[in-house]
Design a protein around this ligand. Structure first.
Ligand SMILES: C[S@@+](CC[C@H](N)C(=O)[O-])C[C@H]1O[C@@H](n2cnc3c(N)ncnc32)[C@H](O)[C@@H]1O
Length: 247
């Protein structure tokens, strides 16, 4: 009860549920106290307990690694629907998206890549065998060119001016590298789409989450790259995904 009250006083809306998660995760009272202090200090619950439940799987999380969002289940669903033999999770963070697709399609050859060394280490913690570190496609082995059936790229897509409007949890505990997509939020997306044709297989698809305001800019970027694209919207998840393929 005391834990619930402390969480509630700190502004945690789901204090009871969070307390239950902390109680389950802590090995003893000392660890529980450390975890409660971190959570009360504003760190995301998932980083405090070291895992996130996402799209039917549990992934390990390190402090400072992007917490997978519920809405990104749409990316997972669309990726699994395409039934890829080769899947690349670009900008992988913890690797949650690739892992959730592999959970649904166990035979897939999964590659994950990220620029951030902590994210790369976290994806390796999660048992992904092929995790590559570097700037977008520079990280990938050349042998993947023309072989990627699904390229999932949940890039940073918050417009720079909107960063101050994010919840403190994200602003203070997720790296700016994971959030800031430049003036209109599409800087990284444009780079990803620009080189996608070189990496996609003949019927391969690129999947990337965007916002409502970014729809026309994102489709323009897809066309500039010589791809066909559409926006898929899921009302329950309030998620928008660009799905692009070779013309
Ligand atoms: C919005 S997070 C998504 C993480 C993960 N895919 C997820 O959905 O949980 C974006 C990720 O992109 C990575 N990133 C940012 N710029 C990058 C770049 N130029 N090359 C590779 N990864 C990059 C960040 O380190 C971060 O892990």
């Amino acid at each position: 009860m005391e834990v619930v009250n402390r969480l509630r006083a700190a502004g945690c809306v789901f204090a009871e549920q969070e307390a239950a998660v902390l109680l389950e995760a802590a090995a003893d009272d000392d660890e529980l106290e450390r975890m409660v202090q971190r959570r009360v200090g504003g760190e995301p619950l998932e980083q405090v307990v070291g895992h996130a439940d996402f799209a039917g799987i549990r992934v390990r999380l390190r402090p400072g690694v992007f917490v997978p969002r519920v809405r990104s289940e749409l990316l997972v669903r669309l990726a699994a629907q395409h039934d890829p033999e080769v899947l690349v999770d670009l900008c992988c963070g913890s690797g949650a998206l690739g892992l959730a697709v592999r959970h649904r399609r166990p035979g897939v050859e999964l590659h994950a890549a990220d620029l951030d060394a902590t994210a790369v280490a976290c994806a390796r913690d999660n048992g992904i065998a092929h995790v590559h570190e570097g700037d977008l496609y520079d990280a990938l082995p050349a042998g993947l060119q023309g072989r990627v059936d699904v390229l999932v790229a949940n890039v940073p897509y918050v417009a720079t001016a909107h960063i101050p409007l994010l919840p403190a949890e994200a602003r203070e505990h997720e790296p700016r590298l994971a959030l800031d997509g430049g003036p209109d939020g599409l800087d990284i997306f444009r780079r990803v789409t620009g080189s996608a044709p070189k990496w996609l297989s003949s019927d391969g698809i690129l999947l990337s989450e965007i916002t409502e305001e970014q729809q026309s800019g994102a489709i323009a970027a897809v066309r500039n790259a010589g791809l066909d694209g559409e926006v898929v919207y899921d009302e329950d998840l309030e998620a928008r995904v660009v799905r692009a393929r070779k013309s």
